[in-house]
Design a protein around this ligand. Structure first.
Ligand SMILES: [Mg+2]
Length: 326
């Protein structure tokens, strides 16, 4: 039997996240009261993680707390906004206080790292499902959108692609073989890239005024870039040799690693376009932030994505990330 909802919320979620002076009233009343800054727009997003759809049964609670917030932070980052306030709705099949404590640890650490206050929530009984809503702020009319790419713009991605998909494949294989044996450094790295994604929050804000369009990569580069291009009424040429691949992914998948980088999901990196005359400003951003930014292609007026390998156009049918469906 659940201890009362308010007891548990008080215990695990009341002081979770960063303290913020623009929270007039946080958890404990019927609704939170916030003071958005003058001259800013609110950026709002929500994402749910459902057991068996977005994570495997028995996934570590700490990872779930981290990922539930990280996927939302990534959307706010893709808008060039600063994350501020979060709401958490948690459906739990049974009360497990150790699970709640680990979940709160994972969520809280990431929230504090990004200055996010948890200002409200709801706890109920049901199939395990975690829904986070996140609000950010961005100076009026300066948000990054998907529809600003123009022919001739250079296309970039942050970080390395495909690691999380390989990590998920590893977790599924472990589940099939009933248990995790000893794991190599490569396996541990890939698994961590799935369980603890790094949303590119500072990078997104630094790209305001530099990137012409931006999207975060949740469903795989091929599909997500397609969405950006469609919104911008453009196409692109992509160089498969340019795709940023980790040493771990190369050692795991060999010459097929680029396919995982194109179609694998859950990367939570940023993909963005930059007008050629702003690429020097981008180099300064990369140097300042320490983020790896890789040019992967060029926006063009013909629709669709032309994939180039060894200077030839190649055919590729992406099986975009299937969220565990076969
Ligand atoms: Mg997104």
């Amino acid at each position: 039997v659940f201890r009362s909802e308010s007891d548990l919320i008080e215990r695990y979620f009341c002081e979770l996240g960063a303290p913020r002076t623009d929270v007039a009233l946080g958890i404990g009343d019927d609704a939170a009261l916030l003071r958005p800054a003058a001259g800013y727009e609110l950026a709002l997003t929500t994402d749910a993680l459902i057991e068996g759809v977005h994570f495997l049964q028995g996934a570590p609670a700490r990872s779930l707390g981290h990922r539930a917030l990280a996927v939302n932070l990534s959307d706010i980052a893709a808008m060039g906004a600063a994350p501020c306030w979060a709401l958490l709705s948690l459906n739990l099949p049974l009360l497990d206080e150790a699970w709640l404590a680990d979940f709160a640890d994972g969520f809280g650490a990431l929230a504090r790292a990004h200055g996010v206050a948890l200002v409200g929530g709801n706890l109920s009984r049901g199939a395990l499902c975690i829904t986070v809503a996140l609000a950010g702020q961005v100076p009026a009319a300066s948000a990054l959108r998907r529809d600003g790419a123009r022919p001739g713009d250079a296309l970039y991605v942050s970080g390395c692609l495909g690691d999380a998909a390989a990590g998920l494949a590893q977790l599924r294989a472990d589940e099939q073989s009933h248990g995790v044996g000893s794991q190599s450094a490569v396996e541990q790295y890939l698994r961590a890239r799935f369980e603890y994604p790094t949303p590119r929050v500072a990078l997104g804000q630094a790209l305001r005024g530099v990137a012409s369009a931006c999207i975060d990569l949740s469903d795989g580069l091929y599909g997500d870039l397609g969405r950006l291009l469609q919104a911008s009424a453009c196409g692109a040429q992509l160089e498969t040799e340019a795709l940023p691949l980790s040493a771990a992914l190369r050692s795991r998948l060999g010459t097929g690693a680029w396919q995982a980088a194109l179609s694998g999901g859950e990367d939570y990196e940023l993909c963005f376009s930059v007008p050629i005359d702003r690429t020097t400003r981008l180099e300064a951003i990369a140097a300042q932030s320490g983020e790896a930014l890789t040019r992967i292609g060029t926006v063009r007026s013909e629709g669709g994505i032309a994939l180039m390998q060894a200077k030839e156009v190649i055919q590729f049918s992406p099986s975009s990330f299937d969220h565990f469906r076969h």
